[in-house]
Design a protein. Structure first.
Lengths: 354, 339, 313
């Protein structure tokens, strides 16, 4: 499939009062046309910073691109001028934020807010823009869109507001939609509606989505591919089935097994010990080693490169090195691997690798 | 890349056990809020310079009148209207005692047969300006600090009670404030001066009679914010009394804001005092404050500019320094308020 | 089942009562909590679950109804001494690990606050030893006592909040969304700790949350709230396998699970309150369908539900 966005060796630092925070320490990924790539990770893992750097939304005085490039249609976004970037933002790449209340202007009717990007990026008349806006509202499932154009954000519920935000983001048929925890502030039933809407819309308008979340349930629901971030790096990337049924990185193991499943009653949940690394002084070697039960000597010396598991599946852990010892993943992970053809624990009839 | 990977010795792939108790360690040095604030303010050059200027002015306001050979009140009519003359500097052609007399530059000290030095010159009654300026600074600062302190005490108490108890108490107290704020300050001050003898006490009362309202509003808003914070609720579920909650939880958290607000009240009070004295509602002669000195100097600005120069210079320095220090404190104590 | 520790009877909490903007945050809710169990309370934001918890622990004065703890109504006007004993028995863990610890106090003083209020220690040395003991209970250590809250991570802070609640040796702890603000990997740490403590000290929990998978994991019984009312109360397994109220069904069908195959087939049900079609004068109340499984329903629905669940068995 066609690559629409390539992030190569991205490194980015923040200059703070306390010193240089290395928020992104070498991130590589591609975004294919029409797919949904989910980026998961804990707070401070660099998932939000990565996407904000794609949009160039980070404060210029305190953030610095140290290395790498972000290629969008052959253009390196890190090198564009602010003016050029403004033309891309909201038109080719648009973004949905976590809090629908603060991403809408409370003093402007929502119709005007949807029309704004249309008038700015497309050369259309006001009445034409109005028509497009009404169509957009209808598209995101807003009943009686004509009447609601004149209403203000506070007259809508949280879920409806997020629908409006999505309508604004889609106003110019963007090629990439970045959704930064779009459902975290919503209740589960509303979250389910918004996720359905986003999947539905993606089929209709064929845009690529980067979906940032910390909720693995949401990832399993929306993603085609998943990138797991930890300590400013991607530690594992693969298709949704590969990540959920054949994970290879100990951090992914930890994440997946620390969530209780609805049907099994484990006596004790698996908990990753300790706390995420302080990126002001990033640890030497593998950032996760200090919290891992599977740490190797070399983890403390050198950061692991990506090892290939399949054409779509890569993980950065020394455990995949041919000289590394064979380790037994946590029980919950073995249970998951049993379902996946190609994993060494596969119990199906199609025949696994082992 | 793959070449390098193959070369890694096999023994580096031994499994190691990480002591997970290490994961809970905090490596950063422990800093209290005030230590942290001090580190931040130390980086703010303007605030540090202001702090030294203020310290210098405050010390001088006490020491100044003492180190001058002349008394602030003694009138030596023969020495009237002398320009500044400073030993050492006189050789450089500035502050050498020269002044214009009938359009000509002459050494006034020689003319009037004065063989001592008046560092800031003298006024129309022959009083030493150096002593008078510092004495006046002392009075102005006293008024300002006293007023700020009273503002703080009343404001914190009033705002605190209003915010903490809320409900009907809050309603009534806020209506009273609204009535008070509706009356122009100057009207109150003029009434005050009519009933009271003009003097330091009258001015302090005049400044504080409505001055505390600003502080009370800030404190009320802060108390309203903090009283529903979870750590206060936690303390309540532990059975803490109101007194304990206020003194241990709410006050320490709003102390920063109180300090910042007071830092901005002080220059306000200095300026208001100067203003009152300047329009003649403040201190009466022979008492000196920066305001009365400026008032005196203003009258003879064309002939004796030095009489106006020094008090206004100090007033300006005080105002700028207090404001810069206040800004610095605000950034240090309440980083969120910056934007 | 074990003896009742807490009985909540017809609890009501109305804000701005009698004014046009009256909010019925908790509207006639009754349930019991048994000694040593964990009762989960779930619902969406604004359904009144947190208000219920806060009213039980007297952070709000109830508009009406009774909270009977060990046979005594805690909402009666009582002497200071009685209130203190009550405060010692019932404690709370809060949601926001950043707002629930006083930023100007050292960990030592935060945790020792309950000890000071109730006079549980005699001298500073004993106080410090007790705090260190509590820190070790929650997986921290002596070094942490002299630090300030802002130096800790979210999960560590939440454990400090637990240590503070444990300081007074409570019997009953209300955990108000204690893990909602934490990262997934840290949530498990806190939940494990809560479970361990329960086993060790025989604690009873009221666990308030909106994350249903964690609630199911930690709770023995679960109550579902919808707009100030308790709509279903059942043993955890029973509620998940056999939800009876249409709102519970819709809530359960909306949870995404970390299992792509399940997600591809999950069908979401939506809840429309008008399906009940309650008539005027019809008495809608909590009725027991199967033993221990209560549903908020009318007489007519009761008969229908009873028929459905007996058919299932």
């Amino acid at each position: 499939m066609e690559k629409i966005l390539e992030v190569k060796d991205l490194e980015l630092s923040f200059h703070t009062f306390a010193g240089e925070v290395k928020a992104i320490r070498g991130v590589n990924f591609d975004l294919l046309k029409g797919e949904t790539l989910a980026i998961v990770g804990e707070s401070g893992s660099g998932k939000s910073v990565t996407t904000k750097s794609i949009m160039r939304l980070l404060p210029e005085h305190s953030s610095e691109f140290k290395n790498g490039e972000i290629l969008f249609n052959g253009k390196d976004l890190t090198k564009l001028t602010d003016k050029e970037m403004q033309k891309i933002r909201g038109k080719d790449i648009s973004m949905i934020f976590q809090d629908p209340m603060t991403s809408l202007n409370p003093t402007m009717p929502i119709g005007k807010q949807i029309m704004e990007p249309i008038l700015k990026h497309r050369k259309v008349s006001k009445s034409e823009a109005r028509k497009v806006s009404i169509d957009l509202l209808r598209l995101v499932g807003m009943p009686k869109p004509e009447a609601r154009m004149k209403q203000y954000p506070h007259q809508f519920s949280g879920g409806q507001r997020q629908r409006i935000v999505i309508a604004i983001a889609l106003a110019c048929n963007p090629q990439i939609l970045i959704a930064d925890e779009p459902t975290t502030a919503l209740d589960v039933t509303i979250q389910a509606q918004i996720l359905e809407l986003m999947k539905d819309l993606q089929k209709k308008i064929d845009t690529s989505i980067i979906f940032i979340t910390h909720d693995l349930g949401v990832v399993a629901n929306v993603a085609d591919r998943v990138a797991v971030m930890y300590g400013g790096r991607i530690v594992e990337i693969g298709t949704v089935d590969e990540i959920f049924y054949n994970p290879q990185h100990p951090y992914t193991w930890g994440l997946l097994s620390s969530m209780p499943s609805l049907d099994t009653a484990e006596e004790k949940l698996y908990a990753i010990p300790g706390t995420p690394p302080d990126l002001l002084h990033p640890p030497k070697g593998d950032a996760f080693a200090l919290r891992s039960d599977y740490a190797l000597k070399i983890d403390l010396e050198e950061a692991p490169p990506f090892f290939k598991i399949s054409d779509t599946h890569y993980a950065a852990t020394w455990l995949l090195h041919p000289n590394a010892p064979q380790v037994e993943p946590p029980v919950a992970i073995v249970e998951r691997m049993k379902k996946y053809p190609g994993s060494r624990y596969y119990e199906g009839t199609e025949g696994g690798a082992y | 890349m793959s070449q390098d990977i193959q070369k890694i010795p096999a023994d580096s792939f031994e499994r190691v056990h990480i002591d997970s108790s290490q994961a809970e360690r905090i490596t950063k040095p422990s800093l209290s809020f005030w230590q942290d604030a001090w580190l931040r303010i130390r980086k703010n050059k303007a605030a540090i310079v202001s702090m030294f200027i203020l310290l210098f002015i405050i010390i001088m306001s006490f020491v100044g009148p003492m180190i001058s050979p002349h008394d602030a009140e003694t009138q030596t009519l023969t020495h009237a209207n002398l320009p500044p003359k400073v030993p050492g500097l006189e050789k450089l052609g500035i502050m050498d005692g020269y002044g214009t007399l009938a359009g000509k530059e002459v050494d006034l000290y020689e003319l009037k047969k004065v063989d001592t030095y008046y560092w800031f010159g003298t006024d129309g009654l022959g009083r030493d300006m150096f002593s008078r300026v510092w004495k006046g600074t002392q009075v102005s600062l006293f008024i300002a600090f006293a007023a700020a302190l009273i503002d703080m005490v009343i404001g914190v108490a009033y705002g605190g009670i209003s915010g903490y108890y809320g409900g009907r108490v809050d309603d009534i107290m806020q209506r009273i404030v609204e009535i008070l704020i509706g009356i122009p300050t100057l009207v109150i001050v003029i009434l005050m001066i009519l009933f009271m003898e003009p003097g330091v006490t009258a001015i302090i009362i005049a400044i504080t009679i409505t001055g505390w309202i600003g502080m009370s509003r800030v404190v009320r808003a802060q108390v309203l914010k903090y009283k529903n914070q979870e750590f206060v609720l936690a303390s309540r579920t532990l059975g803490a009394s109101n007194g304990r909650i206020i003194s241990k939880h709410i006050l320490p958290n709003i102390l920063g804001i109180i300090i910042i607000n007071t830092m901005f009240t002080i220059p306000g009070a200095i300026f208001f005092e100067a203003f009152l004295s300047f329009i003649g509602l403040g201190l009466q002669p022979p008492a000196a404050s920066l305001g009365t000195l400026i008032n005196d100097g203003n009258k003879v600005l064309q002939f004796q500019p030095h009489i106006l120069l020094y008090p206004s210079l100090i007033l300006s320095l005080l105002m700028i320094a207090f404001n810069l220090l206040g800004d610095g404190l605000r950034d240090a104590l309440d980083p969120k308020m910056k934007d | 089942m074990a003896e009742k520790l807490l009985e909540i009877k017809n609890l009501k909490q109305y804000f701005n009562q009698g004014k046009p903007n009256e909010v019925r945050a908790v509207d006639d809710v009754s349930f019991d909590i048994y000694k040593g169990e964990t009762l989960g309370l779930v619902g969406e934001s604004g359904c009144g679950k947190s208000t219920t918890g806060r009213t039980i622990i007297r952070l709000y004065d109830a508009t009406d109804g009774e909270v009977i703890y060990d046979g005594v109504n805690v909402h009666d006007k009582k002497s200071k001494k009685d209130l203190k004993t009550f405060n010692q028995k019932m404690q709370m863990i809060f949601q926001d690990p950043y707002a629930s610890l006083n930023p100007r106090m050292k960990v030592l003083d935060i945790i020792a606050e309950g000890l000071d209020i109730h006079g549980l220690v005699k001298n500073p040395k004993e106080r410090k030893e007790r705090v260190v003991e509590l820190l070790e209970t929650v997986g921290l250590n002596r070094e942490h006592a002299d630090r300030y809250a802002h130096e800790f991570s979210g999960g560590q802070r939440q454990r400090l909040g637990i240590a503070r609640a444990l300081a007074v040796n409570p019997e009953f702890i209300i955990a108000d969304e204690p893990i909602s603000a934490l990262d997934v990997s840290i949530q498990a740490q806190v939940v494990n700790l809560l479970k361990e403590l329960q086993k060790e000290k025989g604690l009873t929990y009221l666990f308030i949350a909106h994350d249903l998978s964690m609630v199911k994991y930690i709770s023995d019984r679960i109550g579902v709230m919808y707009f100030g009312k308790l709509v279903e109360l059942a043993p955890a397994e029973d509620l998940y396998n056999n939800p009876l109220h249409p709102y519970t069904q819709s809530l359960l069908s909306a949870i995404p699970l970390p299992d792509p195959n399940y997600e591809r087939t999950r069908v979401r049900k939506s809840y429309d309150p008008s399906v009940h079609n309650y008539q005027d004068g019809e008495e809608v109340t909590m009725r027991e369908i199967t033993p221990g499984h209560f549903v908020y329903c009318s007489e007519k629905e009761y008969v229908a539900l009873k028929a459905v669940s007996s058919a299932r068995v």
